[in-house]
Write a protein that binds this ligand. Structure first.
Ligand SMILES: [Zn+2]
Length: 404
């Protein structure tokens, strides 16, 4: 028989505690014998864990449930306001903050335009919006487990250092350390696409059995790969850069320094840029009216709105974007054969027609018979999905159940 070291036993105890807690969270109101069956533990083992969680006010006894022959069992639920998790989405156009409670409900959310891309200014904005959110949600500091900050770009795993963020023009910014110096909480900085994907998977209650890919179609384009045991980072932590697959050899300049990346053609920023160039070249389009003639105000949503109304320039830009996104997804499907691709981000909120175009492009480019089981779905968390994902990064990476 294998002998377990003290460390092994601690991690098994923690693992069991997390499973029991998650079972109560999913069941909403549940008794100990159902928990024991679901998590595969003995009733005494479940009792020892639940007694401890009750003592720490993490769960509570709601009352008696229905009897199935014997005594009426005691029903257990999660205490919603025992812990809180903060999520921040640092977007190029908006900064969004959410406060999530112990039942994983969002109890506060707020969004403000990104005031500056200068690191210290932006850190100031993140700090202020986080502290305002906590104040408005009336959450005491000692109940906050941590702040999960979702940041676009290459993030060094473990240190939360931004190695390179093309959208912000940042190189080597120790964002996690700087935020830790400003906020009285644990701070974790994670790549925005990874946070978003983790959030969607949890909100959709998916349990990957092979591979799930989340794709963020927004100001930029990125993705994250999730395997059954969690996020896949790759050998140097840079996996998921689907937006920087080069699809046009002499294409437009991309913020990453290359030319012809999918992001340089199909991202929200690229769609708006191509519309501006077309208007500058005197091409007739209703997009010009939508921005009141001020090209600085022109954004991707105006192009999508014009496409829906039948504007031919807008339609061709949207179709081209969908085609290149489909090409990128087909490459990912051929490589990884995922069970699910979750499309998220602002561009997916422009209507079913865009999603249908992407799906058609995927079937056009994907290899025959490859990825037969893949389902392409749209994320469910809307505009705050990335911020919610930031909060989930805290849930998944800080052991709040045994520390308290
Ligand atoms: Zn690129």
């Amino acid at each position: 028989m294998r002998k377990y070291s003290k460390l092994d036993l601690t991690s098994i105890t923690n693992h069991n505690r997390i499973n029991v807690f998650n079972c109560i969270l999913e069941g909403k109101t549940i008794n100990r014998s159902v928990i024991a069956k679901k998590v595969g533990l003995s009733i005494p083992a479940v009792m020892s864990i639940t007694d401890d969680l009750i003592e720490k006010s993490i769960i509570y006894a709601v009352g008696k449930g229905e009897s199935h022959g014997g005594k009426r069992p005691e029903m257990l639920s999660v205490v919603p306001d025992r812990f809180f998790f903060i999520g921040v989405d640092v977007g190029r156009t908006s900064v969004r903050v959410v406060v999530m409670n112990n039942c994983r409900d969002v109890v506060y959310k707020a969004s403000k335009p990104t005031e500056s891309v200068e690191p210290d200014d932006l850190i100031g904005q993140i700090t202020e919006m986080t502290m305002d959110g906590i104040k408005e949600a009336k959450v005491p500091n000692d109940k906050i487990v941590g702040v999960g900050v979702a940041m676009p770009g290459l993030i060094e795993r473990g240190t939360g250092r931004v190695l390179f963020s093309p959208n912000f023009g940042w190189r080597d910014v120790p964002l996690q350390d700087k935020l830790k110096a400003c906020l009285p909480f644990n701070v974790l900085v994670e790549n925005a696409n990874r946070a978003l994907t983790v959030g969607e998977i949890n909100n959709m209650q998916l349990k990957p059995t092979s591979c799930v890919i989340g794709v963020n179609l927004a100001y930029g384009i990125g993705s994250a790969v999730v395997l059954p045991n969690g996020l896949y980072y790759g050998a140097s932590g840079t996996s998921g850069e689907i937006g920087h697959i080069i699809v046009e050899n002499h294409g437009a300049y991309c913020s990453c320094g290359n030319y012809g990346c999918i992001e340089s053609i199909a991202s929200g920023d690229a769609i708006a840029r191509q519309a501006r160039i077309a208007i500058d070249n005197k091409i007739q389009t209703s997009i010009a009216e939508k921005c009141g003639g001020d090209l600085k105000k022109l954004d991707a949503k105006m192009v999508f709105d014009a496409a829906k109304e039948g504007d031919s320039l807008a339609q061709s830009l949207v179709k081209k974007a969908a085609d290149y996104i489909g090409k990128g997804l087909a490459i990912a499907i051929n490589m990884l054969d995922p069970e699910q691709i979750i499309l998220c981000g602002g561009l997916t909120l422009n209507g079913e027609f865009f999603i249908d175009m992407i799906k058609k492009a995927v079937s056009k480019y994907q290899m025959n018979h490859a990825g037969r089981n893949v389902q392409i779905v749209v994320g469910k968390s809307g505009l705050y999905a990335t911020a919610i994902g930031g909060a989930w990064i805290v849930v998944n990476n800080i052991d709040f159940l045994s520390d308290n």
